[in-house]
Design a protein around this ligand. Structure first.
Ligand SMILES: [Zn+2]
Length: 125
């Protein structure tokens, strides 16, 4: 990968990181806010739950971005963490924080789905 390509991905990652961090800072406050007397307790709990789910998802993404930035720093950026193949530029342009090539990502997603289904079935049992 050329230096200018690396710079492009670094800029994309930095921009996404700044956007996410800003959103997380603003929403973090809402998520932990005390219930105002006027608002229905149940509704508030639902909203807070949703806010927490979003926070979790966004902080996971933030972690992926940070990981990608450290791979940029140590020179391993753009290589699939699973099979060591180069991740296609098209994929990196769409998802600059991608850890895996498309094939390995699909396997990982299927694995995650299988684990989720297993978890739900355990809950039902
Ligand atoms: Zn791979």
């Amino acid at each position: 990968m050329t230096r200018s390509e690396l710079n492009t991905y670094m800029r994309m990652l930095a921009a996404k990181r700044a956007e996410l961090a800003k959103g997380l800072r603003n929403r973090g406050v809402i998520a932990i806010e005390k219930t105002p007397d006027a608002i229905d307790e149940g509704q508030f709990a639902g909203e807070r739950e949703l806010a927490i789910i979003n926070l979790n998802r966004e902080s996971a993404l933030l972690r992926d971005i940070d990981d990608a930035l450290s791979r940029l720093a140590d020179g391993s950026y753009g290589t699939c963490l699973h099979c060591d193949q180069q991740i296609k530029p098209k994929r990196l342009e769409a998802v600059p924080w991608a850890k895996y090539c498309v094939q390995c990502q699909e396997t990982a997603d299927r694995q995650e789905l299988a684990e989720s289904i297993e978890y739900v079935e355990q809950l039902r049992a």
